[in-house]
Design a protein around this ligand. Structure first.
Ligand SMILES: Nc1ncnc2c1ncn2[C@@H]1O[C@H](COP(=O)(O)OP(=O)(O)O)[C@@H](O)[C@H]1O
Ligand SMILES: [Mg+2]
Length: 369
């Protein structure tokens, strides 16, 4: 069932069009992510849904009701911001209680609900303390608790982990998933971080210049990006995009890259395409060959190795191009800067895009595209 419907939202700030016909739907109880680079319009989108921005066009519906003209309070949504400002002079308890005190709830109800939410967020031990004596993570939990305590129908989260350190970001990601499971609340979570979006979202939308480029599950967006922008936004390290040209010889279309010629027969559009293209291959879909190379691939030189713990990213120099390859750490140990390496490509996992527009050229194997 659809909970939130955002339909054709336009929001301009003077000459800047922050939202340019933004549309998406989030299901009831769904964890939905908006993934986009800085200035894509994430904050404006959440503020528009919350009722903090006057729209130039478009509608917002929640639970089937049009809330576009409702005041902020009337919507029953809560928003958690990137910078979580707590009241410094109030204890964690009073920070959590604040929204309920504003609603003039009786003292015993306030105490009960604060205890409940503190237990859920595992901050019961800190209720008597002021924010400046809490760790960053505890402060963030109090901020989350303050947003949740009114039991909002919809929770809007604007990069809530951006100001936390790496370890805390990791723990809090897991915490958000747990909270979402326990509360069954509809959440819209904006982030520029593909790892956050892919690990937490049930579905996500990639946002660019105030518009949704593609919506789907993390698996769908990873496996079948609709254009080269989504291809580089989803997955890390990002997909390699190598400029190429399509030509035709006696046996069919050929993809010419600066360092290899590949059979382009698997792309339907390649039979007629004459425009320059981008060949997309994920660093995980390139592997060294031992001995004779049998399938498609290329020869390269190791330019740089970057150990990341369990995997190593190897920058390969092939002709003038740098191509990233990811190997398990133990396999990567065999390679040193300057080594020659022959690699092969699993063509089923590659993608082809028009260079000018970034639009995907569908493959024969995937008639659904
Ligand atoms: N209050 C504002 N006044 C003028 N321009 C704004 C304002 N808020 C946002 N913008 C512009 O709108 C665009 C989208 O911004 P924003 O929604 O903050 O993006 P994001 O959160 O994805 O980084 C940007 O170009 C930004 O500069
Ligand atoms: Mg923002």
């Amino acid at each position: 069932m659809t909970a939130l419907e955002v339909e054709g939202i336009v929001k301009r700030f003077g000459d800047v069009t922050a939202l340019d016909g933004l549309s998406f739907e989030a299901g009831a109880g769904e964890f939905f992510c908006l993934l986009g680079p800085s200035a894509a319009g994430k904050t404006t989108a959440l503020r528009a849904i919350a009722g903090l921005e006057r729209l130039d066009a478009g509608r917002v519906r929640f639970g089937g009701r049009d809330v576009t003209d409702d005041p902020v309070q009337g919507r029953g949504f809560a928003m958690i911001f990137q910078t979580f400002a707590l009241y410094p002079h109030l204890t964690a308890f009073e920070n959590l209680a604040y929204p309920l005190r504003e609603e003039k709830r009786p003292a015993d109800e306030v105490a009960r609900r604060v205890d409940e939410i503190a237990e859920m967020l595992r901050i019961s031990h800190a209720l008597g303390r002021k924010p400046n004596t809490l760790s960053g993570g505890e402060q963030q939990r109090v901020a989350i608790g303050r947003a949740l305590i009114r039991r909002p129908g919809l929770l809007l989260l604007d990069e809530p982990l951006t100001n936390l350190d790496a370890k805390l970001r990791h723990d809090t990601r897991a915490e958000f998933k747990r909270l979402h499971r326990e509360l069954g609340m509809t959440m819209v979570y904006a982030t520029p971080d593909q790892l956050e979006a892919l690990t937490m979202a049930e579905r996500l939308a990639v946002l660019r210049d105030g518009r949704i480029v593609q919506t789907g599950t993390p698996e769908e967006l990873y496996a079948t990006p609709g254009d080269s922008f989504v291809a580089t936004m989803v997955g890390a390290p990002p997909m390699n995009l190598i400029p190429g040209e399509i030509s035709r010889n006696g046996s069919g279309p050929v993809l010419s890259l600066p360092f290899a010629e590949l059979d382009a027969g698997r792309w339907r559009g390649a039979a007629t395409a004459t425009e320059p293209v981008l060949f997309g291959i994920r660093p995980h879909d390139i592997a060294p060959v031992n001995g004779e190379r049998r399938g498609p691939g290329f020869s390269a030189t190791v330019h740089l190795t970057e150990p990341l713990g369990d995997v190593t990213v190897i920058d390969l120099q092939a002709s003038d191009s740098l191509v990233k390859m990811v190997l398990p750490e133990h396999e990567a140990l065999a390679y040193r800067v300057g080594d020659k390496v022959d690699v092969e490509i699993s063509m089923e996992d590659t993608h082809l895009f028009f260079r000018e527009t970034g639009v995907l050229i569908p493959s024969v194997e995937r008639p659904d595209q």
